[in-house]
Design a protein around this ligand. Structure first.
Ligand SMILES: Cc1ncc(COP(=O)(O)O)c(C=O)c1O
Length: 382
């Protein structure tokens, strides 16, 4: 067998290497995984079971059931003031399928995509796989891990087609302020960029409100909102995501998906109709739990020598600065795992701007998080 040239040197990402290492170790406190520790609520599971008994066991409509797409529109209108019709929505197999389909639909070979560091690792792989060129835009903690408008302008060339934004951000947990988003929107309009806005953590904002990029003036036709129920409704295993955007783009993305997934699991879609319409209170309850956990972990981290941690803004990640320990992020993380059995992700796995940081997912109980902080404290005293 001879693998395709483009995959012959394929490597697992810095994040996957940690996941694989954990599988071989006992007694690990795992703060590396980006999924809520809460199970899917029982009534959501019941909605899927009921749909199965009612005969929804066949191929779904390619773009998604009309009631599911309507439920997505209602949710975004209610929570974020986004006006969209079901024609503008495509249901996908997880949030991760959305950027892939969009990049396939939008990129010609050599087109550039501006990717803000530190970034969710699969974006870069997807851009390359779709024939594009990722242009990594460095950011700093001082600027909230968001580019300044001047930096963004500088990164734009005649080949730039797309700006990819992710707020609240995985891995930094930072939220781009609305004013800065407005500046980016003005640049996108002036330089004719399309914006892929990954808003999968929209329900997890600890200060102020989420700004849906597509609601900014002039952005509805220039932006694709990427979302899903994995994080908001604790449905990672159901593999449900969606895209909301210009009808023409949604049509082409749907067409591409027909030769891949041929629609999204019918039962998942029916469960989502129920979840999106009935779980707003639960979203707030869980957000408050995450907020409490993140505050306590940040407080513990800020007492550790060589570590400083900004307060949580969004998602469920903390991204503490560990430069004061004298260790590189990779060294810190692997040594912490080997010596103290606490798993986190090195910031460098998310691009060069993440060097000097680690990503801590506060997706474990307060008790486990506290125990992990005890271990980290001991590790740093050694
Ligand atoms: C920023 C971001 N976008 C998309 C996804 C993909 O989510 P899903 O599990 O629904 O595919 C994740 C998952 O970690 C994420 O962090």
């Amino acid at each position: 067998m001879k693998l395709a040239e483009r995959y012959s040197k394929a490597q697992f990402s810095g994040m996957t290497k940690i996941f694989q290492a954990i599988e071989k170790l006992d007694n690990v406190l795992n703060l590396s995984i980006g999924e809520p520790d809460f199970d899917t609520e029982p009534d959501i599971i019941d909605a899927a079971a009921k749909a199965a008994r009612a005969g929804f066991t066949h191929y779904p409509p390619l773009q998604g059931f009309a009631d599911t797409r309507q439920a997505v529109c209602d949710y975004w209108k209610r929570h974020h003031g986004l006006d969209a019709s079901p024609d503008d929505v495509l249901m996908t197999a997880g949030g991760l399928q959305v950027p892939y389909l969009a990049l396939q639909a939008l990129l010609d070979p050599g087109d550039e995509v501006i990717l803000v560091e530190p970034y969710f690792t699969p974006y870069a792989t997807q851009i390359t796989a779709c024939g594009g060129v990722p242009v990594c835009l460095k950011t700093t903690e001082e600027n909230g891990f968001a580019p300044t408008s001047a930096d963004l302008e500088k990164a734009i060339t005649s080949r730039t087609k797309i700006l990819l934004l992710n707020s609240p951000c995985n891995p930094s947990g930072r939220v781009i302020p609305r004013k800065q988003m407005e500046e980016f929107a003005a640049i996108a309009a002036e330089r004719d960029l399309f914006v892929l806005s990954d808003e999968i953590y929209e329900s997890l904002i600890y200060k102020g409100r989420h700004t849906a990029f597509a609601t900014l003036p002039g952005m509805k036709e220039r932006a694709l909102t990427m979302g899903g129920l994995s994080k908001s409704h604790c449905m990672t295993g159901w593999r449900i995501g969606y895209a909301i955007g210009p009808t023409e783009l949604i049509r082409v993305m749907t067409q591409i998906s027909t030769s891949q997934t041929y629609g999204l699991n019918s039962l998942t879609q029916k469960a989502a109709v129920h979840a999106l319409a009935n779980h707003d209170t639960k979203l707030i309850e869980r957000k408050n739990i995450f907020a409490g956990r993140m505050d306590s972990v940040a407080e513990r981290l800020n007492k550790m020598k060589g570590v400083s941690c900004a307060p949580a803004e969004g998602a469920f990640y903390l991204f503490p600065n560990i430069r004061g320990t004298g260790l590189k992020s990779d060294e810190f993380v692997w040594s912490l795992l080997e010596k103290s059995r606490v798993a986190v992700i090195p910031g460098s796995a998310f691009g060069e701007s993440g060097e000097g940081y680690i990503r801590i997912a506060c997706t474990q109980s307060a008790e486990v998080l506290n125990q992990a902080m005890d271990r980290m404290e001991d590790f740093l005293k050694r």
